[in-house]
Ligand binder design. Structure first.
Ligand code: SAH
Length: 239
């Protein structure tokens, strides 16, 4: 998807970018490919692929959770890597307050560089593992939304994300074609951690790839023992 296709597709979805926002995406792309020469950030580097598979794909979540577009909601993005989906959301919806978490210091350094270069405010970058940060009272049950794209299967993701979500908040699951099975496999984990599936959307990206967005409501408090020690959720998912 070219720059123009990106602007056009967003506009059709009711998301209008200003010239400044278009420039911010451009600059983000440049920093991503330049830094990727030195630090492994992404396997996707062709401009048209980055715009479709990273930028546009990240923004699809706001097409199904409309509140992201306009409110000053707080969102934590676990395993954000090079900033997906939270940085495109922040650029497109500047009122959103985002917290980006990643276990890899080199990726966190890159995120800081992007945030400084684009002059973004209302962004916090946290270096660490979700399992450790999820037990920190500063972050625990403190967010309206949690996201995590391409980090783990849903049963594991539930333990990485739900501890951060306030009661009444939502865990926004972004997945490819295995989404439905992962949701079934993750049902026990979601329930145990205080989540309940509310809605599932299936759609295709402009290139025909199938995508799912599942909205999980946080209904009850996450029991204190979760998240378990770093490494345990992925080794022994709740089942
Ligand atoms: N969300 C990005 C990156 C996916 S790669 C995208 O969609 O492109 C997965 C990222 O999750 C990596 O950067 C890895 O360092 C991070 N990660 C994996 N497990 C994690 C954990 N338990 N806590 C924090 N970060 C984690």
């Amino acid at each position: 998807m070219t720059n123009e296709d990106f602007i056009e597709a967003l506009s059709s979805a009711g998301i209008t970018l200003t010239t400044q926002q278009v420039r911010q995406f451009e600059r983000y792309y440049e920093l991503l490919v330049a830094t990727n020469e030195l630090v492994n950030l992404t396997a996707i580097t062709e401009k048209k692929d980055v715009y479709l598979k990273h930028f546009y794909d990240s923004l699809t979540v706001a097409m199904y959770e409309q509140k992201l577009k306009s409110s000053e909601s707080t969102l934590i993005d676990i395993g954000t890597g090079a900033g997906f989906p939270s940085l495109p959301l922040k650029i497109a919806f500047p009122d959103l307050k985002i917290t980006m978490v990643d276990a890899l210091k080199k990726r966190v350094n890159f995120l800081q560089e992007v945030v400084d270069t684009l002059d973004l405010t209302g962004v916090e970058i946290v270096h660490g593992r979700a399992e450790d940060i999820g037990q920190n009272p500063k972050y625990r049950e403190n967010f309206d939304y949690a996201t995590a794209r391409a980090v783990a299967r849903t049963s594991v993701l539930a333990e990485y994300t739900l501890p951060f979500v306030k009661i009444g908040g939502r865990f926004l699951v972004m997945k490819g074609s295995a989404a439905h099975q992962e949701l079934l496999d993750g049902q026990k984990a979601l329930a145990m951690l205080g989540g309940q599936i509310n809605e599932e959307f299936v759609f295709t990206l402009p290139n025909g790839d199938q995508r799912y967005i599942q909205i999980v409501d946080k209904k009850t408090k996450t029991p204190k023992k979760y998240p378990r020690q770093a490494g345990t959720p992925s080794k022994k998912p709740i089942s």
